[in-house]
Design a protein around this ligand. Structure first.
Ligand code: HXC
Length: 290
């Protein structure tokens, strides 16, 4: 479909990668309610498209996203307002991928938070892998959005930051958790308590991003990696993604057990048989996503 705040295009030699570009230049891609709704729909569309094997999320060269829309948040006065207001509900949808908001809304906060806690794992709930191509600033909710993705590539002049402290609030879409997982406690505390930004080069060194590219080639390079992932079995790719994400929610022993069972499960697929047969026959595999 076409959207006001995001551009969606199928790219790659086989048109098997969905490129989603945040497109609200007048506010540096601040994540207003309407943009988040558009993004959710574009993601649902890509997830449902049988030809698509991976998703790339990007912004402009100046801004991946400047965070949640401060103008929308400014007049929120109370806890129940922030809980029930549009921007919060829209964010919940991004972070829950389709959970029933109406149902959540009628529940007591503590109950909802504990009961639905596992759902707060965000875009990570998409089965298809999603790669962030971050040029320019990724601040607040923008940095959190990038961190919900499976792989982050950055342009040379990208900057990451969680400036919420300067606004009298704290990261609210996973920043205190995902940043700490990504770069460790001391660096994460430093960024979140000072609001100071990290450059692309620092972010690569710290492990927040996996590669840095020139500004102009970043999106193409990210699409290339997405195309490579999309060339494999979609079923196996999603199982693989599920296993890596499970490492954050389990003890090592539970995680090893989870991985082993899914490893066993791959042996009942056509694509595992095909992949190994193709190797032995010295030919390219023909995966069927089953
Ligand atoms: C709404 C924003 C915005 C934002 C920028 N704009 N960021 N509008 N929400 N987060 C708007 C500006 O108001 C301005 O529009 C236009 O975009 C260009 O921005 P400028 O400030 O004029 O540009 P510049 O001087 O280059 O400064 C860029 C900037 C600065 C350093 C990125 O805009 C900035 O500090 N933005 C806020 C960043 C931030 O604090 N993000 C965290 C938000 S809290 P007008 O029309 O006014 O000229 C958050 C919590 C997440 O994300 C919680 C999730 C549940």
């Amino acid at each position: 479909g076409t959207y006001e705040n995001v551009k969606v295009e199928k790219v790659g030699e086989k048109k098997n990668v969905t490129l989603i570009q945040l497109n609200r230049p007048k506010a540096l891609n601040a994540l207003c309610d309407a943009l988040i709704k558009d993004l959710n729909q574009a993601l649902d569309e890509a997830e449902a498209d049988k030809d698509v094997g991976a998703i790339v999320l990007t912004g402009s060269q100046r801004a991946f996203a400047a965070g949640a829309d401060i103008k929308e948040m400014q007049d929120v006065k109370s806890f129940s307002d922030v809980y029930n207001t549009n921007f919060s509900l829209a964010w919940n949808r991004v972070t829950e991928s389709g959970a029933d908001i109406a149902e959540m809304r009628n529940k007591d906060f503590v109950e909802v938070f504990s009961k639905d806690f596992p759902k707060f794992d965000g875009i990570a709930r998409l089965k298809k892998p999603i790669l962030a191509a971050v040029n320019g600033i990724a601040l607040g909710g923008g940095c959190e959005l990038a961190m919900m993705c499976d792989i982050i590539y950055a342009g040379e002049r990208a900057q990451f930051g969680q400036p919420e402290i300067t606004l009298g609030t704290i990261p609210g879409a996973g920043g205190t958790q995902r940043l700490t997982w990504a770069i460790g406690k001391s660096k994460s505390m430093e960024m979140i308590l000072t609001g100071n930004r990290m450059t692309a080069q620092e972010a690569e060194k710290a492990g927040l991003v996996s590669k840095v590219f020139p500004v102009e080639t970043l999106v193409d390079e990210t699409v290339k990696t997405a195309e490579k992932i999309a060339s494999f079995s979609k079923t196996i790719v999603s199982i693989c993604k599920e296993c890596v994400n499970a490492s954050h929610n389990m003890t090592l022993n539970e995680g090893l057990h989870f991985e082993k069972r899914l490893f066993h499960a791959t042996f009942s697929t056509h694509d595992r048989q095909e992949g190994m047969t193709a190797f032995v026959e010295k030919r390219a595999p023909n995966f069927k996503d089953c």
